[in-house]
Ligand binder design. Structure first.
Ligand code: AHR
Length: 515
């Protein structure tokens, strides 16, 4: 009751305007933190539903304009996001993928059943060469996920040799014969995926032994050594992090992969609807993202005990919203709508990842196109940029920025039923262009917020950037219809030595600070 009263008072204060400036955001520009690695903005593309086939890959013969099979419109839109890294081929699919089936003339590649995702035919049209071509077209780094579940150390070792060998080995020659003279650059390589679940239902101790065995044989030329990633845990769990950190000394091991999705209800049986939800599920979804901060901190604290020099990375390489499947769709295709709520969810994740940038040097949203919290939706030759796409675009200046501490004084409590969270969230960084950027989220679905922005002890002179909001919590950008969620210019100037920003309800603002 006390909390409800506080929230009401806070809301009235903002509404009244007079006390609104009590909310103060202070950025400490002279206390630089770690660099926000651009790969925090990484993406995940799996052989799942129409995520790759149709969504991105249409084949060179398609009437849909493409470059060597990859859709031109999709690649152009993704390039605008400066996608820094792509993870492929899964996910769960990775532990059933055999790389030899995806090389050579496409017409001769075997057709398999994608038993994990929808039971549909997988014709292996997208394989190693096609994946690296996509990465090259995007200018992105590559993250290849190896098969531990149904594969072997030999199969992974030979895949790495095929991709990276520069000599005259039979596998290097085969790669040349298949059209790629030079080795591919493999930036990251993971041994299995979700080995606690779809990757083999293992115990962490058993996985440690398998990883040690496999990693012993994963050799590449020194100038093409990937970052080696071990498959870790999920959500709040720390047992995998602990067992891996203790057990993987003495073999190539550079990072742990951790996964965590957001379900409005928190229950896998009934996750919650992607559209048409109430404010209760708006707040439960966004409040969940703040839980992710605690998950990351718990896990990195465990890592700190075993790796005080912070050599090992903690990669959150699958995250995003996961709703009940779109009615009428194949439930194995993980099709869901994408709304303003997803944009705020993405921005709040960015803030969590920036705050933990010391260890979190890579994350991947799940997934790129048509699957889960996608950037892009396609149908035949149509394409829509989702609200999540726009959130990613707003935060591009944060890629490789130096993080700066930022705090909020008098952050109003946002309360719906029994769920509460701070209304506002902030992140700040000095970007590569030298400018100071501030990202702000107002999670409150009904109350606007006014805040004073200071850099150190002084008010900023002016800010200029963009605002993302919409009329409805579940506003979306549907295929073939006018987009409802698009960024608009946002700016403010200091008056009388005070810079006040007015954030509409349910909004994201990213600005560059002047003066
Ligand atoms: O992104 C969809 C699936 O979620 C991935 O294949 C798997 O790793 C996770 O459970």
């Amino acid at each position: 009751m006390k909390k409800q009263l506080l929230a009401l008072v806070a809301a009235l204060m903002v509404g009244a305007g007079a006390q609104a400036a009590d909310i103060k955001v202070v950025v400490n520009a002279d206390q630089p933190g770690p660099v926000i690695h651009r790969n925090i903005y990484g993406q995940f593309a799996e052989h799942l539903g129409t995520g790759i086939y149709e969504g991105m890959w249409v084949g060179p013969e398609s009437k849909i304009p493409n470059v060597r099979g990859w859709r031109k419109d999709v690649v152009a839109a993704l390039k605008d996001l400066h996608v820094p890294l792509v993870r492929w081929p899964g996910g769960c699919f990775a532990d059933e993928y055999h790389w030899r089936e995806g090389i050579g003339p496409r017409a001769q590649r075997p057709v398999k059943v994608n038993t994990t995702w929808g039971g549909v035919a997988e014709n292996n049209a997208v394989g190693t060469h096609e994946f690296f071509d996509l990465a090259e077209q995007l200018g992105a780094e590559t993250y290849v996920n190896g098969n531990l579940g149904t594969g072997s150390p030999q199969e992974m070792a030979e895949w790495l040799e095929y991709m990276t060998a520069d000599g005259n080995s039979t596998l290097a020659q085969l790669r040349r014969k298949n059209g790629h003279a030079k080795p591919f650059r493999v930036h990251y390589f993971a041994v299995g995926n979700e080995s606690w679940g779809c990757g083999g239902n293992m115990r962490p101790e058993y996985y440690v032994d398998l990883y040690r065995q496999a990693a012993t044989f994963l050799k590449t030329p020194q100038n093409n050594r990937p970052v080696f990633i071990a498959s870790g845990g999920h959500d709040a769990r720390t047992d995998w992090t602990e067992t891996l950190a203790k057990g993987l000394k003495g073999v190539p091991f550079d990072a742990i992969s951790h996964h965590g999705y957001t379900l409005p209800t928190g229950k896998w049986e009934t996750k919650g609807a992607a559209v048409g939800f109430g404010e209760d599920q708006w707040i439960s979804t966004l409040a969940h993202t703040q839980t992710i901060d605690a998950w990351v901190r718990k896990n990195t604290a465990v890592l700190d005990q075993h790796d005080p020099k912070k050599r090992v990375g903690f990669y959150f390489d699958e995250w995003g919203s996961w709703y009940d499947p779109e009615p009428g769709s194949n439930p194995g295709f993980l099709v869901q709508r994408n709304t303003l709520r997803d944009a705020l969810l993405a921005a709040l994740h960015f803030h969590v990842f920036h705050a933990n940038a010391e260890r979190v040097k890579m994350t991947n949203v799940a997934q790129m196109v048509n699957v889960l919290q996608a950037m892009i939706l396609t149908s035949k030759d149509k394409l829509a940029l989702t609200p999540t796409y726009h959130a990613f675009k707003l935060y591009v200046p944060f890629q490789d920025a130096t993080s700066l501490p930022a705090s909020i004084e008098n952050n109003p409590v946002y309360l719906v039923g029994k769920t509460e969270m701070p209304s506002l969230s902030v992140t700040a960084g000095r970007a590569k262009d030298g400018k100071l950027y501030v990202g702000l989220v107002n999670a409150n679905a009904t109350q606007a917020a006014e805040l004073a922005l200071q850099v150190g002890a002084n008010a900023a002179k002016a800010v200029k950037g963009q605002l993302l909001t919409a009329g409805a919590m579940d506003a979306q950008n549907e295929l073939g219809k006018p987009a409802q969620v698009v960024p608009v210019p946002f700016e403010a100037q200091a008056v009388g030595g005070k810079l006040t920003l007015k954030l509409p309800a349910k909004s994201i603002v990213v600005v560059a600070v002047e003066g």
